[in-house]
Design a protein around this ligand. Structure first.
Ligand SMILES: Nc1nc2c(ncn2[C@@H]2O[C@H](COP(=O)(O)OP(=O)(O)OP(=O)(O)O)[C@@H](O)[C@H]2O)c(=O)[nH]1
Length: 214
């Protein structure tokens, strides 16, 4: 059961927490940079948490982007194992999200970007209400068939860098079909974060499944 479903009727509403995980370099930060304006355009009040190994590089990149008030971007240092702080002990991320909610009481949705990890990384349900796993076509069209927990269990699988498919010999239709099969029919969406393609479909899904707006 999601964290939001456990919120009691007499408790103040908390922001929806949406995780973004995936292998190193698949395009997680690029997706965050595309989601920020797309969510804002729909009037959704947002904040962002990034997880890096030992720096705040991704947070600095998002702060510098000019897309969002830098105060609304928090950095968590994940240490050696990025999945530890999103799954086994998500305390640091929960505290960062609680702090953003205290500072920005109207915030409706917090994006939590994990550090780059492997196909086994997943988010704790204590931390997120919904999480997506980002893979990219350059990683190979056999990734879905490998049935990693991230690919199988995420609420949404995003296949990014579709523009690279012809260059790396990937049959996109087959990759999407196989991904949908191993996920038992749950959503798989294609994006090109470089050009901002496929982003609206993700925001539609978030509005419907996470914010219950549609
Ligand atoms: N061609 C292409 N390049 C992309 C796309 N999305 C991201 N990239 C590029 O892929 C590289 C990695 O993107 P990032 O957004 O930094 O990936 P990440 O998953 O956040 O990386 P880590 O945080 O290091 O795990 C960058 O050079 C991006 O410009 C895309 O859709 N198409």
């Amino acid at each position: 059961m999601s964290r939001l479903a456990l919120t009691r009727a007499d408790e103040p509403m908390t922001a929806a927490r949406v995780g973004i995980g995936g292998p190193v370099g698949s395009g997680k930060t690029a997706l965050v940079e595309r989601l920020i304006p797309a969510l804002q355009t729909r009037g959704i009040d947002i904040a962002v948490i990034t997880n890096d190994l030992v720096t705040a590089e991704d947070a600095e990149r998002v702060r510098r982007s000019g897309l969002i008030d830098p105060e609304r971007v928090s950095a968590v240092e994940a240490g050696a194992c990025p999945h530890t702080v999103i799954r086994e002990d998500p305390t640091l991320n929960i505290e960062a999200a609680d702090e953003l909610e205290r500072r920005f009481p109207g915030v409706e949705l917090i994006l939590l970007e994990s550090g780059g990890d492997n196909l086994a990384s997943t988010f704790s349900r204590d931390l997120t209400d919904f999480w997506m796993f980002v893979i990219d076509v350059a990683g190979g069209d056999d990734i879905p068939r490998k049935r990693g927990p991230g690919v199988i269990r995420a609420d949404l699988l995003v296949i990014n860098k579709v523009d690279l498919a012809p260059h790396v010999g990937v049959d996109l239709g087959r990759m999407q079909r196989e991904a949908t099969e191993v996920r038992g029919g749950r959503p798989v969406l294609l994006t090109n974060c470089r050009r901002g393609e496929g982003i609206e479909a993700i925001v539609d899904l978030l509005e419907r499944e996470v914010l219950f707006r549609k």
